[in-house]
Design a protein. Structure first.
Length: 306
């Protein structure tokens, strides 16, 4: 299977699940309470299980962990700071900006993992785990801070610190990383249960995105969606490419870093927008639009990485 086929094989099921979610939203009996519960389940249980078990069980012995993580984190911080600095010129309100920001810095790890495995097999999955470990805490800390400043649910300094300390995704990365450092193997049943929960996060999260998708919200704010997508598909990949060169990251590690940088924003962006006072309908629209556009941008980023 060539690279174009691998990319399409990873993206088409994602788009199909989002579309199915939009259809299921209209099924009697699957109302707001059902979808709200599904969102909370993803945010509190399924996504954390995916991250914690993935990091705890990854083989990092042959991976340039520090250089690869450093290149990714530096790129995210620079692009995130640039978006905040550019907010006055965007002429958007606070909740709208939170969706622009998330769309510009968050990644759909599910698609990236599928493509990484297709390109490089088990070593690709390990490199993807390193990228995930660098990305998830960074983007979640930045996103929570942005929500604290620009979202409708603005906590105090103490409340912001508590939100960071209790964020399920950050805690999951911390737990998985600690287990990896300690080197104590997890019991088999724990790994199996955690992986099963993690695998469920993809379809349920994408169904929730589809159920929340409101085309009118995207079409009503096309400039905001465009700014977010330019940051995600142009500025961030270029920043990661430059950072990889600066940190001396090459080969498969650089390719996987560029692969993650070319990803559409994550389905968890919508869930976070719902929980922390962002523009959730716009976030759902940006997520869907970027997933479609990424079919063209991912091959370009892979060529740049190669």
């Amino acid at each position: 299977m060539d690279r174009a086929a691998i990319v399409l094989a990873a993206i088409l099921p994602v788009a199909a699940l989002i579309g199915l979610g939009a259809l299921l939203r209209r099924v009697p009996g699957l109302g707001d309470a059902f979808w709200a519960g599904a969102e909370r389940l993803c945010y509190l249980v399924l996504l954390p299980a995916l991250l914690a078990v993935g990091l705890a069980t990854a083989d990092l012995s042959a991976v340039p962990v520090a250089a690869m993580a450093g290149a990714i984190v530096l790129s995210l911080v620079v692009v995130g700071a640039g978006l905040v600095a550019a907010k006055p010129a965007m002429r958007v309100d606070g909740p709208t900006f939170t969706s622009v920001f998330q769309g510009g810095v968050r990644f759909n790890n599910y698609i990236a993992l599928a493509v990484a495995a297709g390109l490089h097999g088990a070593p690709g999955v390990t490199l993807a785990a390193v990228a995930t470990a660098a990305i998830v805490p960074t983007v979640n800390v930045m996103s929570v801070l942005v929500f604290a400043r620009f979202g409708t649910a603005r906590p105090t300094v103490l409340g912001t610190a508590k939100a960071l300390a209790t964020n399920p995704l950050i805690l999951a990365c911390a737990i998985g990383g600690a287990i990896q450092l300690i080197g104590v193997p997890l019991p088999g049943f724990v790994v199996s249960a955690g992986r099963s929960l993690g695998q469920a996060s993809l379809p349920i999260g994408l169904l929730c995105v589809g159920a929340a998708f409101q085309p009118a919200a995207l079409w009503a704010k096309p400039r905001a969606a465009a700014i977010s997508s330019v940051a995600k598909f142009v500025i961030l990949p270029l920043a990661v490419w430059l950072a990889c060169r600066g940190f001396g990251v090459g080969g498969a590690a650089a390719e996987i870093a560029l692969l993650f940088a070319s990803m559409p924003t994550a389905s968890s962006s919508y869930i976070l927008a719902r929980q922390l006072g962002g523009d959730a309908p716009l976030m759902a629209g940006i997520t869907t639009a970027q997933t479609i556009v990424s079919a063209a941008t991912i091959p370009i980023a892979l060529a740049l990485g190669g």
